[in-house]
Design a protein around this ligand. Structure first.
Ligand code: ADP
Ligand code: ADP
Ligand code: MG
Length: 651
């Protein structure tokens, strides 16, 4: 076994790898960007080295610098985690050239599977069914459009270099093809530096079923059961579980054998995942699944497999990289109970899942579940990396129990500061269709209104308002105690509290940035607060912060502030022509020029943030009077992008 490892990653996966490395008594070498110098993964390591500025392109993705650090620190091996350089064959080669073991498959296997088009061609040859469509070299728009017709709508345009759901567009009919192709190519270029795409038949009622495989350098290859990752949003996994609902032992053996064939076709070694798309219209069955791609690395959702097999996949990775044989034969692989994982992200379900950033004011998880995280209370969710806060994994004898346990764990989670998807995840776990196993990759979109309500949590708002009012009362009480002749505080509307019996005050507040009214009654029984008819929720945690209070209730955060404590732009009425950036990101395209006439809702710009492109539209009809930023520029949340003079005012 290795005596030392350099972990070429950050966040929860760097911490996860460190845990196993620690148990295996390895010296742990971390790397960090300027944004991560105080990060948990740095503190868990024995040594840590700076590798550059915050943007990943200038730090976590700089191959030469990582190899240099590994050499300087005498690392025996490098573990790349997932994302970043984990599927970069050049990096694997550079490690090997420097005499350092790369914990992953051989560079040739990474290369063979790195492009979805080549991988499909190769896997088809090995006798594994692949999704029908076009995966050749030609890239002219007209040709691809003809291939879409040939394949039959609906189709999916996919970046051949794709990953993380990026560079992908579903197309329903020919009229939408050109715009979709353009979008997929642009996203593919900005994310992967490669505009090439392939065309695939869009499989209806899709279920994402993947097989975890493992191979050693001696030629043994096995699978460690499947995971079902069908709960997705924008082609990204949200909740993953194993085993897949409706899977039979016979079909598992069949799909497992297909995955093993795919791995063998590229001379695989180490951990990998073979992803299939299944037509779930009549349940999982033989003949109704097709190879999509192979991920030549540890997967985000590997804890699901660890839970149901009781194995440590990172330990297996190290052992195989060190030349050991697979410790188990196929027939010895355990399958125990059911596991579900939820990805907790800093994002706002009520605002189209926009990534959220900022300081973690509170962070508490229930202790009876597995939590993989890379952040701590007081830490920052920065705009530079994937906004994953943690993964929560429940394991129980049955699926129903595992789902209930995960929902409970989510609802007891306290995260304040950035917006999170915790309540959304809990709602998913409790959704009837999902619980009954009746779901496909469209489940979230179809149920989004129920799963991600846009209206405020009034009871939480009332609880926050009551907390603020109590603070005020306490402040007033202290000032009255101090001395009668002290100058009056601005809160000396206090007279009202003292004198007025059951009088009610109407106090303007901000609830998640929206104006609301708290009705505060000061009666004999103390404070009685109501917001929009709702009384304060008792099942909530109130976290005080500089700018107001964060009320966390069943995983959902509601921020309540006093209006007079914030500079709020009340003049900013609906329909004015300000186009602002909804989050920190990069302007990738501006579609209009100064002086252009635009219609309400017209696409005017695209901003890319962390994971995805976000389209900005004109808030009103009118003339573009000023464009403040250029394509390529970084913008902060709330920054002005352009101004549109509303049509009424145009002469
Ligand atoms: P899967 O492994 O299930 O296919 P994804 O493709 O969603 O998962 O996950 C890989 C993605 O995770 C990368 O594209 C990247 O955006 C993100 N990522 C990479 N490194 C990290 C990290 N250290 N912490 C959080 N997210 C990361
Ligand atoms: P990535 O590299 O981004 O993970 P994948 O090829 O694995 O790309 O596809 C991501 C997701 O998109 C899949 O998990 C699945 O939900 C959906 N998807 C991909 N191909 C198809 C298809 N042909 N039909 C229906 N859904 C698909
Ligand atoms: Mg995939």
């Amino acid at each position: 076994m290795f005596a030392s490892v350099l972990i070429a990653n950050r966040g929860e996966i760097a911490c996860r790898i460190a845990r196993t490395a620690r148990r295996l008594k390895m010296r742990i070498i971390a790397v960090y960007s300027d944004a991560d110098k105080d990060a948990l993964h740095v503190r868990l390591a024995d040594e840590a080295y700076p590798i550059g500025p915050a943007p990943a392109r200038e730090s976590y993705l700089v191959i030469d610098r990582l190899v240099e650090v590994a050499r300087k620190a005498s690392a025996q091996c490098v573990h790349p985690g997932y994302g970043f350089l984990s599927e970069n064959a050049d990096f694997a080669e550079a490690c090997v050239r420097a005499g350092i073991v790369f914990v992953g498959p051989p560079p040739e296997a990474i290369r063979a599977m790195g492009r979805k088009d080549r991988a499909k061609a190769l896997i088809a040859k090995a006798g594994v069914p692949v999704v029908p469509g076009y995966h050749g070299e030609r890239q002219e728009a007209a040709f691809l459009k003809a291939q879409a017709v040939e394949t039959g709508y609906p189709v999916l345009i996919k970046a051949v270099a794709g990953g993380g759901g990026k560079g992908m567009r579903r197309v329903e009919k020919a009229a939408e093809f050109d715009a979709a192709l353009e979008g997929a190519q642009r996203e593919a270029t900005s994310s992967f530096g490669d505009a090439r795409v392939l065309i695939e038949k869009y499989i209806e009622t899709p279920r994402h079923i993947e097989m975890q495989i493992f191979a050693d350098a001696q030629g043994n290859t096995i699978h460690l059961n499947e995971r079902d990752c069908s709960l997705q949003r924008r082609h990204q996994k949200v909740i993953e579980e194993g085993p897949a609902p409706g899977m039979t032992a016979a079909l598992r053996a069949e799909m497992g054998a297909a995955a093993v064939r795919a791995a063998k076709a590229v001379g695989y070694a180490g951990a990998g995942t073979v992803e299939f798309i299944a037509d779930g219209a009549s349940g999982l069955r033989s003949g109704a699944y097709w190879f999509m791609e192979m991920n030549t690395r540890l997967q985000v959702e590997h804890p699901v497999t660890e839970a149901i097999t009781g194995l440590d996949l990172v330990e297996w990775q190290f052992r195989i990289a060190a030349g050991e044989k697979l410790p188990l034969a196929q027939s010895e692989v355990p399958l125990d109970g059911h596991a579900v994982e939820a990805r907790i992200y800093a994002e706002d379900p009520a605002r189209g899942f926009l990534p959220s950033t900022g300081k973690l004011v509170a962070l508490e998880f229930s202790t009876d579940l597995r939590i993989d995280t890379g952040v701590e209370v007081g830490g920052e969710i920065s705009p530079y990396y994937d906004p994953l806060i943690a993964k929560m994994i429940a394991h129980a004898p049955t699926r129903a129990e595992a789902l209930a346990k995960l929902a409970d764990g989510l609802e007891r989670t306290i995260i304040a500061g950035p917006r999170t998807n915790v309540a959304f995840l809990a709602a998913l776990c409790r959704a009837e269709g999902f619980r009954k196993g009746k779901f496909d990759t469209g489940f979230i979109d179809r149920n989004i209104v129920v799963l991600a309500p846009k209206d405020i949590d009034r009871a939480a708002a009332a609880r926050g308002a009551a907390h603020l009012a109590a603070q005020d009362m306490a402040r007033i009480a202290t000032s009255l105690d101090r001395a009668a002749d002290e100058p009056a505080s601005p809160w000396d509307a206090a007279d009202a509290f003292q004198l007025a019996g059951a009088r009610t005050l109407k106090v303007p507040i901000l609830v998640d940035g929206e104006s609301a009214i708290a009705e505060i009654g000061y009666g004999a029984g103390g404070l009685a607060v109501v917001v929009d008819g709702a009384a304060p929720a008792l099942d909530a945690r109130v976290v005080e912060a500089a700018d107001g209070v964060h009320v966390v209730r069943r995983g959902r955060q509601t921020v309540v502030r006093r209006v007079d404590f914030v500079a709020h732009d009340f003049g900013h009425a609906d329909g004015d022509g300000l186009v602002t950036a909804p989050m920190h990101g990069k302007v990738v395209a501006i579609f209009v020029a100064s002086g252009d006439k635009v219609a309400k809702g017209q696409r005017v710009a695209i901003i890319e943030a962390m994971k995805m492109e976000h389209t900005l539209t004109a808030p009103c009809a009118g003339n573009v009077t000023e464009i403040v930023v250029a394509a390529g520029a970084q913008v902060a949340e709330g920054a002005r992008v352009m101004t549109i003079e509303p049509a009424e005012k145009v002469d």
